[in-house]
Structure formats: C-alpha cells, structure tokens
Design a protein around this ligand. Structure first.
Ligand SMILES: Nc1ncnc2c1ncn2[C@@H]1O[C@H](COP(=O)(O)OP(=O)(O)O)[C@@H](O)[C@H]1O
Ligand SMILES: [Mg+2]
Length: 432
C-alpha cells in the first residue's frame, strides 16, 4: 500500500497559515492590506482581548460581489495577479492569495461585503475554513471582516502567544506602520471599546506622525527627497536632536509597502555618527518609488523583505542625500544653565562665599578684568581652615549620587583668585 497521500485542503491551509498568520497582529496586517488594496479611504480596526476573541476590520472600499466572495477564501485565490509576469507591475500589498484562506482555517470568520453595483450585500460565515452560511444581507458599500476565537482549533499556537500587552504592542506597531505609510487613508483604532487613535487621512505624513507618535517626534523631522532616472525617494529623517535607543521608529516603504532593509538602516545611521550619541538611532520615514521590475518582493510570505536589483544605486544616493541634509540643518542643542544651580550648605563656607562676603572695595571691578592681564586678589589674611571645594553638580545632572562636597585642603593654603576662575594656593606643609 502506498504511504504517500495528498493532504486535504483544510490541512494544507492550516500548515500554510503557520507562515502568514503567526499571531493576532498578522491578521490585523493582512486585513488592513486587503482594505488598502480595495482602495478604501476609511479603515476601522477593532480588537478585543488582544485580538484573540475579536478582530474586526471595516472598510469603505470596493467590496466583493457574491461570486468573488465565494472564491475569496479559497487558497491561492486573488484578484491581484494572473501570471508570474504580473509581479513585475504589481503595486498591490497582496498578491499571493493566501491570507483569507489561512485566517479562515484558524478562526471563526464572518464577512459582510457589498460592491457599489450590488443592491444588497453578502454575508458569509466560515468555521474551520468551511463556509457554513452564505446569504444576502443589507450592508453599506465596503467590507467588514470579523475574526473570532483565534486559534481555537490550534491550541499549541495559542499557547505560544505572548502576554496581552505584548500582543497588543505587535498590533499597535502593525497599524502604525500601515497608517504612516498611507497618510491619505483615515485609520481608526479601537481597543477593548476605547478609541486609541484616529488619523485624519489628509495625505500629510507629518500630521499622521503627530497623531501616532506625538508632537515631540513630529517636530524633529527634516524633509529629504531624491530623484534619479531609476527611482524616487521622498521622506523625513530626524534631526540630530531626535533619536532613540532602538530602531522602532525607522519606517521604510518601497512602492508603499512597509519593508525592512538593514542596509538602508545602516546607511542612514552612518550619516549620524558623531552627530548623535553612540548606541542611539535616528528616526526616519522614507518612501521609495521604483519600477516594480527593479525589486523582488516575493522573498518571504509576509513580504517584509525585498531586494533591489541594483541596490548600490539606491544605497549610494541615499547616503549622499542624508549627509547633505544633515550638514545643512545641523542643530546645536541649547544648554539650559538655569538647571546647573550651585547648592548651598549652611554651615560650611565656600571659597566663593568668602570672596563674596569680603569688603566690596577690595574686589576688582568687572571692567578692570579686561584691562589687566592678571587680576590677583590677596586672601593671605583669611582663614580657610573650614573651607571646602564644591563640585557644581546641578540637580538635573545624571551622575550617580556622588558626595558633592569633595574634600578639604589639608596642606594647600589658598592665597588668591586669578582671572576670577583659578584659585592660587600654596602648600602650607612645605613652607619653611
Ligand atoms: N477588504 C476587501 N475588499 C475587497 N476585496 C477583498 C477584501 N479582502 C479580500 N478581498 C478579495 O479577496 C481576495 C483574496 O484575499 P487574500 O487572501 O488576502 O489574497 P491577496 O490579498 O493576496 O489577493 C483578494 O484578492 C480580493 O480580491
Ligand atoms: Mg491579502
């Protein structure tokens, strides 16, 4: 008897889902990308219980007809690609036709959809990848995908999920990347019935950054743009006062697709060496537009890795443009001297306190400092036995808690101050 058997479609989908649907955030990403591909300009994302009990993505895009909806959950069904050559002109987020079948195989899925040509919408319910309900319903134009009980049939996968907070962070990051990359789409994110953020969809990247990352991040960006025969780059890089201890806010989009390219990160970071502290990373939001035939996006199922066919061209131009922008807009941070206050301890006289308490007549007037090369004040008849030297450590200096009053001068005897800065002292032990 032969031992090789063809797997049934449901098992194939579950295995394939392992590649695309690792955690709730993967579903959020795939569903938003489908809404973007359907030309929606309003996308609402709702989650309950870090996406385990509910993920709902509603869009006002093109929707699906009854026939399309029947096919949408089949493996390898897509409206975005017909032949492999189409990849050379593909500008959509999806093209593998895998997401919906994978999602439906690991959850209880419900979809409502309506196109503008149809008078009524369609509702479909799938359990374990099988359609259990399919009927016409009243629905607005667009699509609503409802994912419930994620991984109910894959308990091992569920066990490997991280804490609620960590999974929510993954979701937030996934939405943030897509929202910054699509500033012309209005995103609304609702978590456990509370609105987390809304973006305006005004098309302005910095407005979107403001809404997602806050004012301080939004105001530290400089605009850069590059135009060559083979690609265009537009975007924003942080100035030398805005940096992070990680690479979390480095956003790179190629043909609007969020991608990770460590060489690009390195090239950007290299331009900041000596401008920002070590082990700190600049922020950037870069949009590269390039002929799709000049990149390979089909390296990984999540499509986050890409390869440029002629990468040196992109890398060299990027490095040069950033260097130029940074050298033109280098920002010298202002130091607020008011935070470096000298501290006073009541009972120990400081050298400058003693100086201040001296008869004003014996002090040298400010104007004379510039006239004379050396201003010498004679302290030889003052008693410094209790004086101490104090370090000027302002309260806001981040040093470890050092003993601020350093030490007394056991053998040195101050005799005066030169240039109002240097203390002149003689070694009393060596006095003959
Ligand atoms: N929100 C949506 N609006 C309109 N059509 C959609 C939506 N989501 C999915 N579809 C349709 O279902 C098909 C299958 O989706 P998916 O499995 O994600 O594959 P892909 O996005 O790679 O084509 C898409 O090609 C598209 O035609
Ligand atoms: Mg898709």
């Amino acid at each position: 008897m032969s031992k090789i058997k063809l797997l049934d479609p449901n098992t194939i989908s579950k295995i394939a889902a392992g590649e695309v649907i690792e955690r709730p955030s993967s579903i959020v990403k795939e569903l938003i990308e489908n809404s973007i591909d359907a030309n929606a300009n309003q996308i609402t994302i709702e989650i309950q219980d870090s996406g385990i009990s509910l993920i709902r993505v509603t869009d006002n895009g093109e929707g699906m007809s009854k026939d399309d909806l029947e096919l949408a959950f089949e493996r390898h069904s897509t409206s975005k690609l017909r032949t492999i050559e189409d990849l050379n002109s593909c500008f959509t987020m999806g093209f593998r036709g895998e997401a919906l079948s994978s999602i439906a195989s690991v959850s209880k899925t419900e979809v409502l959809s309506r196109t503008k040509e149809d008078l009524a919408g369609i509702k479909a319910i799938l359990i374990d990848g099988e359609v259990v309900e399919f009927e016409p319903v009243g629905a607005p134009i667009g699509t609503t995908m409802i994912i419930k009980d994620l991984f109910y049939n894959l308990p091992v996968r569920k066990k490997f999920l991280k804490s609620k907070n960590v999974e929510e962070n993954y979701i937030m990051n996934a939405i943030t990347k897509l929202a910054i990359g699509n500033p012309d789409i209005s995103f609304k994110y609702i978590k456990d019935n509370k609105v987390v953020f809304t973006t305006m969809g005004s098309g302005n990247v910095i407005n979107t950054v403001f809404q997602l990352l806050g004012k301080n991040n939004a105001k530290g960006f400089k605009q850069i743009s590059i135009e060559t025969d083979s690609f265009k780059l537009q975007g924003f890089i942080s100035d030398n006062t805005l940096y992070r201890s990680n690479r979390n806010h480095q956003y790179l989009y190629v043909n609007k697709r969020y991608v990770v390219d460590y060489r690009i990160s390195k090239i950007v970071e290299n331009q900041y060496s000596s401008l920002i502290p070590i082990n700190r990373y600049p922020l950037f939001i870069l949009f590269i537009s390039i002929d799709p035939s000049q990149i390979d996006v089909n390296i990984h199922p999540t499509k986050q890795e890409i390869k440029f066919i002629s990468d040196t061209l992109v890398y060299e131009n990027l490095g040069k443009a950033i260097k130029k922008e940074l050298s033109e807009s280098f920002n010298i941070p202002k130091v607020d001297f008011s935070t470096h206050k000298k501290e006073k301890k009541d009972n120990i006289p400081l050298i400058w306190d003693i100086e201040a308490s001296k008869d004003r007549d014996t002090l040298v007037a400010e104007s004379e400092v510039s006239k004379e090369t050396i201003v010498f004040k004679d302290f030889s008849n003052l008693d410094f036995s209790n004086a101490s030297v104090k370090e000027d450590l302002g309260e806001e200096t981040n040093y470890p808690d050092v003993e601020k009053t350093v030490k007394k001068f056991p053998s040195l005897r101050p005799v005066g101050i030169v240039f109002k800065t240097y203390i002149l002292a003689e070694d009393s032990l060596n006095q003959s």
